[in-house]
Design a binder for this molecule. Sequence first.
Ligand code: ADP
Length: 333
Amino acid sequence: AIVRPTPESDAELAFEGALRPKSLAEFVGQAKVRAQLQLLLEAARIQNRTPDHILLAGPPGLGKTTLAMIVAQESGRPLRMSSGPAIQHAGDLAAVLSSLVPGEILFIDEIHRMARSAEEMLYLAMEDFRIDIMVGKGAGATSIPLDLAPFTLVGATTRSGMLPNPLRDRFGFTAHLEFYSEPELEQVLSRAALLLDLPIDRAALAEIAGRCRGTPRIANRLLRRVRDYALVHGDEAGLGAVQAALELYDVDQLGLDRLDRAVMEIILTRFDGGPVGLNTLAVSVGEEAETIESVVEPFLVRIGLITRTPRGRVATRLAWRHFGLSQSNGALF
Ligand code: ADP
């Protein structure tokens, strides 16, 4: 699974669950996507049919799982959760699909990681609520058609470009989630602080909002570290506690974490600003190319530290400045 290199303990997951907005109205930001989803759900309700299949695309931590849960909640339908890596054979998918109750919402996280054979089964299931089950092997093999209960597929992916076209085309609606603005992140944080019963001032919230990679999940995690810090030091959760806690956890002024910085260091110092190809970059930092491309890069591009060119990734002038380097000297890391 693509996760940031932060351990996700059970406590972290429980904490995430507790902070998840339960309705579209509570969901902060992504105004366009919210309005689009609302319309889609309302139309289905009026016609008394299952909502169209929905694809949610965007980097981790921007709210894809949360939105899937909200879709189920708002349409009053049960939710089944699965993920691409858990579907390694067509049979895995057949088992899930054939056990759905009418109108159920099926969430498949990381849908781009599903097995190819399952993908093909899914095409027919999405289109006709039907699958063909193969029985037997070789010359005696036959396929038995099986009708499914109507369902709505909500797929999530960090890489919509990786989905084969026939699969992408079968989603009635694709939502591209964007990184959040600082005011939106402040809203996410003040809501979380309220739920955590943590008194925290505006300046402290603004500081976290500016250093969480535009990502609600990271914002909430940083808030938790700040809470720890204030607790242990008998301090209040103010600007000082935020700065100290973020320094302790190696989060810099722009919110870059270790992996972001490792990538920038390679581009700037080892390749003199680039261009560097994705695979070279991945090997150099010891990460999967997929993680670099879907997790690290979108944010570095968004804040203007790198650009993508046909020949590879190139550091911008802002990057040289942020790291206090000039071309061909290196070594400040
Ligand atoms: P993804 O599935 O895209 O990786 P999640 O839906 O799991 O992301 O969201 C991660 C965490 O961030 C959740 O615990 C949720 O509380 C929080 N979160 C995400 N989006 C929002 C939002 N728009 N408003 C408030 N909290 C959010």
